[in-house]
Design a protein around this ligand. Sequence first.
Ligand SMILES: Cc1ncc(C[n+]2csc(CCOP(=O)(O)OP(=O)(O)O)c2C)c(N)n1
Ligand SMILES: [Mg+2]
Length: 375
Amino acid sequence: MLRSLDPLDRLDSPVTSPGGLLQLLPPDGARVADPDLDPWVADIDGESLAALYEDLSVIRRIDVEATALQRQGQLGLWPPLLGQEAAQVGSARALRRDDFVFASYRENGVAYCRGVSIAELLPVWRGTALSGWNPYDVGMATPAVIIGAQTLHATGYALGCAIDGVDSVAVAYFGDGATSQGDVAEAMVYAASFRVPVVFFCQNNQWAISEPVGLQATRPIADRAPAYGIPSMRIDGNDVLAVMAAMRIALDRARTGGGPTFIEAVTYRMGPHTTSDDPSRYVDRVEREEWLAKDPIDRLERHLACLGLLTDALRASVTGAADAAAAELRRACLALAEPAALTVFDEVYAEPHSGLERQRREYGAYLAMFEGGAS
Ligand SMILES: Cc1ncc(C[n+]2csc(CCOP(=O)(O)OP(=O)(O)O)c2C)c(N)n1
Ligand SMILES: [Mg+2]
């Protein structure tokens, strides 16, 4: 039998916090109590809150700067995470170094928290390399663009951890849209059957490109998990403390043999799907305004102010860190060397492959037709 904690039990109860979400920091920043979540963030003192505030602010700045660089033609594409900072920081900062993340393209905030350098975030989006970092250096795989596929990778990795007898946990990050993919269903069935130490972390940002979540989920997405035998929590994804508490509950369950947990972090994609998208064609402005009032950084600022911790010194140091990140992003982007065209065939397979060699020859011959020839 799976161990079930109160947050799961309360999912079916009509008397949950507003909107049916588990919450510790509402938009006005006045901390609310939650008997299930509170013990899991009891150690978060003023210093920790300030560190979270810096993470959120730096990540937003990286995201905004990268979006601007794409607009200036310096990046080919960028998938903004604007509005989802708390979901990413709260969850990623709950992880241990030996845990392993399998994410989609949008988790640049998670990558930052895992220790991926700003320079390593960029090559894929500038098109100068097929991947930006060594997964084993940071405990995070490079982004999966095949929607939902990473849930299978995470489940397999986590099963390996269990077989090895280590208590590391794998976390799959994916979106609301991904929950309609077969891969996610397969991963959840498998994880439940074998009590795999994996956390399914769904950022419900209300959109799968231009498709609103309501079209594919007439019930909360978190409600699906118990049917697989997986406990779930539906949390306010713009509340960094609630996210951290939920992730710590899930990690503890996984480490102690309780198997998988599903977390639905309810948030909002404030920007376009990617820089190639024009959300003004389908997003309701009033709805977006409503979510703007629930901004994850504003509410942490209000909370810090309530505690008397939003000092000029803190503001100055956080602004300094964000400015430095933006400058580093711009510098690193412009410094990326353009790769030789034929290197696109390198490191596709570990072993030589005749089909790939044929393609390399053909492309080389094509390039040779131009001035300068193949490089
Ligand atoms: C298997 C697969 N089908 C379709 C796509 C095209 N696609 C790219 S992003 C996306 C929407 C994903 O939405 P969601 O899972 O909510 O993640 P979000 O982009 O909102 O973070 C789709 C359908 C894809 N990349 N892979
Ligand atoms: Mg989505």
